[in-house]
Design a protein around this ligand. Structure first.
Ligand code: FAQ
Length: 289
């Protein structure tokens, strides 16, 4: 395996794993305040699925020689990235629905082609992740449909959450192709099967009819069907904001990393105990053999 391929693969898989783990925080914020037992059970299950996705992905990175402890240290020190989307706050329960609809929707759009990615352990992890994320997307949409059938205040919450999450969701696909340093090589290696702009367009085309069925307006006055192209035209993403958030200066970057650091330190005794237990079992097995 060429060293540059291995490096790129570790970078992408690690960023993806970190995104899943940090991505537990915005929704986790609502676990204790979910409006019913049913909604709480659904939300807990979704957040646990995200932990599972992180674990499959860290395992895939380990097959390339990466060290799990080292990856976590790089996340906490800021040496490795995670998706910009998880640096925005979740202000109301409608955000939980909109994250399912738009954020999981964008994640699926980006990740279904990765099921055919050239690195087998990553591609195979992605198959299961995509199945679970499709379920997450539907639970989000179902929650929003319920709220849209509710009171005017609930409908307003859905519209407000849509306004806040739409543009950050488009940023999830990465910088425009002309400014994406990794796309050309990753396409040649068949790590990526489509460019950032192609997938962003696919997501917009897929989401516009869903917004109409829901009865919300997407916050883009330039959004309209283009008959010639056979796609929706849409406005320019605020790339200055994207760069700010990726550089660590989004609304919640510091809080997310601090929370992850505290959880990692707080869990040190569990890791130590598990390692001692595993060593004891191995010694007992050896003595019995
Ligand atoms: N945020 O040259 P490109 C989820 C970085 S999982 C932060 O275009 P590439 C599930 C990029 O890494 C969401 N950084 O890079 C969930 C690169 O960094 P470098 C995560 C970004 O790799 C749902 C630099 O900018 N998904 O949502 C972002 O070819 C709900 C230049 O960019 C994945 O990771 C960004 N948005 O394409 C969980 C999918 N965009 O070189 C909880 C796998 C770009 O400085 C709740 N990854 N960067 O280290 C990919 O498909 C690709 O890595 C892209 C970026 C498309 C993200």
């Amino acid at each position: 395996m060429p060293d540059a391929y291995r490096k790129t693969m570790i970078r992408q898989i690690a960023q993806h794993a970190h995104s899943e783990i940090i991505g537990m925080q915005p929704e986790g914020n609502w676990v204790t305040r979910a409006p019913s037992l049913r909604r709480k059970a659904i939300l807990l299950a979704k957040v646990q699925d995200e932990a599972g996705h992180g674990l499959y992905l860290y395992s895939a990175a380990e097959t390339l020689g990466a060290d799990r402890e080292d990856l976590t240290a790089r996340l906490i020190s800021g040496a490795q990235k995670y998706s910009s989307i998880f640096n925005y706050p979740t202000l109301t329960f409608a955000d939980v629905g909109v994250i399912g609809w738009l954020v999981d929707g964008a994640a699926i759009c980006n990740q279904v082609p990765l099921c055919r990615s050239s690195y087998g352990p990553y591609a195979r992890a992605m198959i299961r992740i995509c199945k679970e994320e499709s379920f997450h997307q539907r639970q989000g949409y179902e929650l929003l449909m319920t709220m849209m059938r509710g009171t005017p205040a609930q409908r307003e919450m859905v519209q407000d959450a849509t306004n806040r999450w739409w543009w950050p969701s488009l940023m999830m696909f990465g910088p425009p192709d002309a400014e994406s340093p990794n796309t050309a090589q990753s396409m040649r290696w068949r790590i990526k099967r489509h460019t950032n702009d192609e997938l962003r367009q696919r997501f917009v085309d897929m989401t516009v009819p869903q917004a109409a069925a829901l009865g919300v307006t997407l916050p883009d006055p330039l959004l309209r069907w283009n008959d010639e192209r056979g796609n929706y035209d849409f406005g320019e993403v605020d790339w200055a904001e994207f760069k700010r958030v990726v550089a660590g200066n989004g609304p919640c970057n510091a809080q997310r990393i601090e929370h992850r650091r505290a959880a990692h330190e707080g869990g040190a005794w569990v890791r130590e105990a598990a390692a001692v237990h595993a060593a004891k079992r191995a010694a007992r097995k050896e003595a019995a053999a």
